[in-house]
Design a protein around this ligand. Sequence first.
Ligand code: FAD
Length: 356
Amino acid sequence: MAQAALDRRSRMFRSLRTRFRGALIQPGEDAYDETRRIWNGAVDRRPALIARCVDADDVVTALRFARDHALPISVRGGGHGVAGNAVYDDAVMIDLTLIKGVSVDPAKRQARAAAGATWGEFDLATQRYGLATTGGTVSQVGISGLTLHGGFGHLLRKHGLTVDNLRAVELITAEGEQLRVDAQSEPELFWGLRGGGGNFGIATSFTYDLHPVGPVVLGGPVYWPIEQAAEVLRFLRDFAPAAPDELGIMLVAHQLPPLPFLPPEQYGKPALGLLLTWAGEVAEGMRVLTPLLTQLARSATWSGWCPTAHFRPCSTVPRLPATAPTGGPYACLSCPIPRLRSSSRCSTRSRRGCPS
Ligand SMILES: Cc1cc2nc3c(=O)[nH]c(=O)nc-3n(C[C@H](O)[C@H](O)[C@H](O)COP(=O)(O)OP(=O)(O)OC[C@H]3O[C@@H](n4cnc5c(N)ncnc54)[C@H](O)[C@@H]3O)c2cc1C
């Protein structure tokens, strides 16, 4: 872009600074590269401006500014969308990651979460009350994109998709109007938001139903080399339809991640895995899971279930402090709250084995 045009653009962005409470970041500024980066490292796009909003008013301001100046926009929630639609060249990137906060109403069994929250932050807040909803299996994924696209997770079989548990959305329309959208006030728009992605406006908060879950649940992955896929899939075909709803079953086919229970020489090799979670009564889970795991153990090559007795529940789940640090998504395999397993406390406990 020619220098004159760049100067014009800089003046235009300066005028926004007087009305915007969050941070505005332009190319060349220190935080620019860090802030435009998303989970998919193959996406390398350069927005004209990153508007790091701190509240819904900032979102309206940034949106109206982009409209007034005919600039395209992109919206960034947790930044885990694989297609990279959160960031576009020469657009205003409306970044929601600073809009945080999860408030839980244990009596109503509901939680309202700001659009910048991740599932790890959401779970930390709701598990204080022994409550949870169906969310992502990886703590760092944003609640926003996952919810707007439907959302599946460990609790899917018992409690449905994330959108089955969605009760309301606070939304900013393309015109900059702020709406509370629920099944009564805006039934058609609400229907669209429950799986229609980011196409209906910018969501600034979500309200979900919660369910009693934990604080102890059983969980862990079991892996086979990809060559055994047919055998595992046949087993699953026969087993899954009649399995109790409390048993979360997720099938994954990927390269083996660097999990502590896997031999390092296997990292990166193609594998099939079952991620099993029991989110019901623990004693009942032991009863249901023992024969299943015994059967799986005959063929499973690698198991991340608590090692001491093939599987055993961890005794009590420590209530993690709000400031619990998060690490990589694979840190703790035997943590009884699967989505909290990126906490470093869980990681330490896992390496020592489960203190059942
Ligand atoms: C490691 C990993 C694990 C995953 N695990 C699961 C899983 O267990 N279950 C599951 O269902 N999915 C899972 N996914 C998929 C994930 O849910 C989607 O990629 C989701 O869109 C990510 O949301 P985000 O807010 O983090 O991403 P972003 O990239 O920020 O957003 C994705 C899209 O949604 C739009 N968007 C985001 N927030 C808003 C908002 N507030 N208002 C309007 N539009 C918005 C963005 O513009 C973008 O188009 C996983 C993805 C990854 C990379």
